[in-house]
Design a protein around this ligand. Structure first.
Ligand code: AMP
Length: 400
């Protein structure tokens, strides 16, 4: 049985979020060194998920956090974990499981950022890179392991790490992990973790599989939900560009040349498509990089780094970049292809409009994709405005 409380429950003691006086991080009673790190990061106010989840986590409660990226969910679990670990013995007391390498590195970076004034050792453990350095780190003793499931199992099999002292387990982006087929690995890992632990599960969506996972691993969890389920971040401006498939590249070049764009993340359905987009943009004088599964880990890391520090302003990615990437200040997300799953639309545009920044999300829709756009509109509960570009529009597509 899952206890639904807090922000959006009908039967919770009814305090509307807006009626709650503004909390500061100081009110959350976190360790002074964490408050210093938060100040360094420039944050002044906890986000809603932080305001709700941090006190519960500090009280040892299991939490089911329904929140997409961009809500501040990473700090919502990272801060209370650091608070718990500070001053303790150097044993592996917290494990965070993440679906992708990119998210894994990002969560590790968050721990390092928020624990920069504390003595907490964190390691990120993910595939596609040599095992040895990770093995060394694990064997030297760490407080926090952030891992993708497959590589963590390799390390468990080699007995590089034991979880006898584990106190907190986080399943981050649980829906995504299940989508990627990680259920057996998660089971195997959790089997090696003490039953008396705190478990925090975060998921952008709550399909029955995630509920089943929560029933299995969480004890009397409190649901903390931010915003309306599946609602797109409100600071994002959406638009759909009706365009025949064969004119998509030309439209992209038209939109991206001649104007200054801080950072544009483009999603392509296929690797070939991503490479072709990069080629066409480069030909038109727009510097762009592709990031997909055919690229080596070092190429992917490099592409991401170049994008983050502004060396390239356009990153063209397949699904690997879809969730969890923390790239602040993205000004545009462009869906070159309409996402196949309506929920993916919400995840993708979660890349922009983060932490109160404005962002635009454009979707190129060819005639065969009209049905998919309508499904997305039903899911987000609002029509998406159409923008016609003369010479590119195919004409016939008013929103329902
Ligand atoms: P997340 O949803 O965890 O991926 O975080 C989204 C972005 O918001 C990240 O770039 C964080 O650094 C940033 N962030 C997290 N908490 C806050 C806060 N309280 N105030 C301002 N920015 C924040």
């Amino acid at each position: 049985m899952i206890h639904q409380m807090k922000t959006s429950s009908a039967d919770a003691p009814s305090i509307e979020p807006s009626a709650i006086p503004t909390l500061t991080f100081e009110d959350l009673d976190l360790h002074p060194s964490i408050l210093d790190a938060i100040r360094d990061a420039g944050y002044t106010t906890p986000t809603p998920i932080q305001r709700d989840a941090i006190p519960l986590a500090r009280n040892g409660r299991d939490i089911m956090g329904l929140a997409q990226t961009g809500t501040g969910k990473t700090a919502a679990f990272t801060l209370p974990i650091i608070d718990r670990l500070i001053g303790g013995p150097r044993r592996t007391r917290a494990l965070i499981l993440t679906p992708t390498r990119e998210l894994c590195v990002q969560v590790e970076e968050s721990f390092k950022k928020y624990a920069r004034h504390a003595d907490i050792a964190v390691v990120a453990v993910y595939g596609g890179v040599p095992v040895d350095p990770q093995e060394k780190m694990l064997r030297s003793g760490v407080d926090v392991v952030v891992a993708t499931p497959g590589r963590l199992i390799d390390h468990l099999d080699r007995q590089n790490v034991v979880f006898d002292d584990l106190e907190v387990l986080v399943l981050d982006e649980a829906d995504r992990m299940l989508d990627m087929g990680f259920a057996p690995q998660i089971n195997k890992i959790v089997d090696q973790i003490p039953v008396y632990r705190q478990t925090l599960l975060f998921s952008a969506t709550m399909p029955p599989e995630v509920e089943a996972l929560a029933r299995k691993y969480l004890r009397k969890p409190i649901v903390v939900q931010v915003g309306v389920r599946s609602a797109a971040a409100s600071t994002v401006t959406h638009a759909v560009y009706p365009v025949p498939r064969e004119k998509k590249n030309a439209l992209l070049v038209e939109l991206l040349t001649g104007k200054k764009h801080e950072s544009v993340l483009i999603f392509s359905r296929t690797k070939h498509g991503a490479d072709r987009i990069v080629r066409d943009l480069e030909q038109a004088g727009v510097s762009a990089t592709a990031m997909h599964a055919d690229k080596s880990q070092s190429q992917r890391t490099r592409a991401l780094q170049d994008f983050k520090d502004g060396t390239t302003s356009v990153l063209v990615a397949t699904d690997i970049a879809q969730r969890g990437l923390d790239i602040s200040g993205i000004t545009h997300v462009i869906n070159y292809d309409v996402p196949q799953q309506a929920e993916d639309y919400v995840h993708r545009i979660g890349r922009t409009g983060r932490a109160a920044k404005e962002g635009d999300a454009y979707t190129f829709m060819s005639p065969d994709e009209i049905g998919m756009v309508r499904t997305i509109e039903r899911m987000i509960g609002q029509p998406i405005p159409r923008i016609s570009v003369p010479g590119f529009d195919f004409g016939t597509v008013a929103a329902d």
